[in-house]
Design a protein around this ligand. Structure first.
Ligand code: SAH
Length: 244
């Protein structure tokens, strides 16, 4: 029998936003592996489990740790925030899998920040939309720029992940300038949600021109409406075309 590793998306933070399948996968595992912040969200829920953490930027070490634990015969869950297949660990785990013939891998989906954040803001993604990460750690900025331009040209609503970090303070402003230059109006409905499903959730809605000046942190997902989106109080609504 093969050793089993499950890559589990745990949703944005609070336990109620985890799927039953994710809870079951964690309950069935001997060891739960993850980035310190996400593992800390689970300790209270699963007090009898062994937890192993690795810091940020040690993603591949974290993956190898899972395979090593599985080889010892342990049933392993690797947790990711949101969905494990959205800027998560599902892909690197599959990339390493051929090195470990005795291991079987499966993925359990989770609610990604675009969808949990959209629910907080009303209905900003209620038509065709795309997700774009502003992190240029693994993607050249020239590619990110092209994707932002293409998204505006295609009139997609957009969820921006990784909108800022200590080293990338002006990236959101740069992204706004690219979208404005690509034809998005200054009054385009925009907003952001910080710490979705966690303590201290914060939301803000504004125009694209105003978003340029906003300072957001790395626990924030930013929403850009399409040309038909509008602000209604503290919500962003993207029309689907119904005659109302
Ligand atoms: N796999 C995750 C995304 C990881 S990339 C998912 O599917 O949600 C990290 C980025 O995700 C953050 O910079 C932020 O933009 C977004 N994010 C993840 N969790 C969040 C939360 N609880 N609140 C707000 N944004 C979040």
């Amino acid at each position: 029998m093969k050793n089993i590793i499950t890559v589990v998306g745990i949703g944005p933070g609070k336990p109620e936003m985890m799927t039953e399948e994710a809870v079951e996968a964690l309950a069935c595992s001997d060891v739960i592996v993850g980035y310190t912040v996400y593992v800390d969200l689970l300790r209270d829920e699963f007090p009898d489990k062994e937890f192993r953490t690795t810091p940020m930027r040690q993603e591949i070490e974290r993956c190898r740790l899972c395979f090593d634990l599985a080889k010892e015969g342990k049933r392993v869950s690797l947790v990711c925030s949101g969905d494990a297949g959205v800027y998560g660990m599902a892909a690197p785990m599959y990339a390493l899998l051929p090195e470990y013939e005795e291991v079987e891998l499966s993925v359990v989906p989770g609610i990604t920040a675009a969808n949990s954040g959209a629910a907080v803001l009303g209905a900003p993604l209620n038509h065709d939309y795309c997700v774009i990460s502003l992190s240029d750690l693994l993607t050249p900025w020239s590619v990110i720029e092209k994707r932002l331009q293409a998204a505006i040209m295609g009139d997609f609503a957009i969820a921006l992940y990784n909108p800022s970090s200590k080293k990338r303070v002006d990236y959101l402003m740069r992204a706004c300038d690219i979208m404005l230059a690509a034809g998005a109006g200054e009054d385009r409905a925009c907003g952001y949600v910080e710490s979705i499903g966690r303590e201290g959730t914060k939301t803000h809605v504004c125009t694209l021109k105003e978003l340029r000046e906003c300072s957001v942190n790395m626990f924030t997902t930013v929403f850009i409406g399409n040309s038909q989106s509008y602000l209604q109080g503290d919500k962003i609504i993207t029309r689907r075309g119904y005659s109302i």
